[in-house]
Design a protein. Structure first.
Length: 320
């Protein structure tokens, strides 16, 4: 059976996996890379890594799916802009095909993660989903009638930015105001706690935190659980998540999906996250539709992006 080589490019290292036609991740390993010679570096290390686990690259690998953060022109395999990787108009597909000598398919990482969950994870029972990946940043994807909607250039799913109306409190690193990300990402949530306690020294949740100058999302989670999810902290979480929930309501009204799928570090809030969304979204949706809403938490964890990029490569979407 032929395999797809899946590569998820990160800032200092990349994840590498081998995925079969049923979506089973048969092997995985990580390689460090040097951004100044990204592809040659990856090529050497991946070929060595495959050899080490007894894979014959020439014979067994049929295609390659690459997932990467940023604005990815999926048709041409060009990274139009990736802030984290410091890439602008980088012809990833062309450069990589010259070395790897296999057909290469390039996709945005959040889109790939959604496809992974859609293929073998929590979303496999649905045809239409809206996928939110909420971690340090916010990304997403739309799958409708069984197909990823990547947009004309592959830029669909940039839910963290733009729109101007989702919050009035925090400026965004993208230069716009009103974005979801600076308040509802896990960095945004921690910042909202810090700013609230700074402005309101006697806030009812402040006494739970030892050092209010230096709060992290991890610490919020720990304190929240240790104290049996106190209402004072729930209220602050609700405030911080409000821009995200408002965005979800807008997307639901636009696309009428079967389910919202949540992934990334935010999902450590687990059932409480679903509860907060389900109660807060009623402000932005007609009651009867809010009550019917299905929200699920992704189940493939860090493997979803590799599995989804393999799915993308296997299906040759919109490439030929
Ligand atoms: Zn922004």
């Amino acid at each position: 059976m032929k395999l797809v080589l899946a590569i998820e490019i990160g800032v200092t290292s990349s994840k590498v996996g081998l995925v079969n036609q049923y979506g089973d991740l048969q092997a995985k390993f990580a390689v460090d890379h040097d951004l100044t010679r990204l592809i040659p570096n990856l090529f050497e290390k991946i070929i060595d890594g495959l050899e080490a686990i007894g894979i014959n690259y020439e014979e067994e690998v049929e295609k390659i799916g690459i997932a990467i953060g940023g604005y990815v022109d999926h048709m041409l395999g060009i990274i139009r802009y990736s802030a984290n990787l410091n890439l602008t108009n980088y012809h990833l597909k062309e450069v990589a095909e010259e070395l790897f000598k296999k057909p290469i398919f390039v996709i945005n990482d959040a889109n790939a993660s959604a496809l992974g969950e859609f293929w073998t994870g929590v979303a496999k029972q649905y045809d239409s989903i809206i996928f939110y990946y909420v971690d340090n940043g916010i990304g997403g994807a739309v799958i409708t009638e069984g197909k990823l909607a990547p947009g004309a250039r592959g830029f669909a799913g940039e839910f963290g930015h733009g729109g101007g109306v989702f919050q009035k409190n925090y400026p965004c690193s993208c230069g716009l105001t009103g974005c979801v990300e600076p308040m509802s990402s896990i960095l945004g949530i921690a910042n909202h706690f810090k700013v609230t306690f700074k402005n309101k020294k006697n806030h009812s949740a402040a006494h739970f935190f030892k050092n209010v100058e230096d709060i992290t999302f991890k610490e919020i989670l720990e304190i929240y659980e240790e104290n049996n999810q106190p209402e004072e902290i729930t209220v602050l979480l609700q405030e911080a998540l409000d821009p995200l929930i408002m965005h979800m309501a807008t997307m639901i009204n636009a696309l009428d999906p079967e389910a919202i799928i949540l992934a990334g570090g935010l999902t450590q809030l687990d059932e409480k996250l679903i509860e907060i969304i389900q109660s807060s979204i009623k402000k932005y949706m007609i009651d009867m539709f809010a009550e019917e809403l299905t929200i699920e938490i992704a189940e493939l964890g860090n493997d979803s992006t590799m599995i989804g990029s393999a799915y993308y490569a296997l299906n040759d979407w919109k490439i030929f």
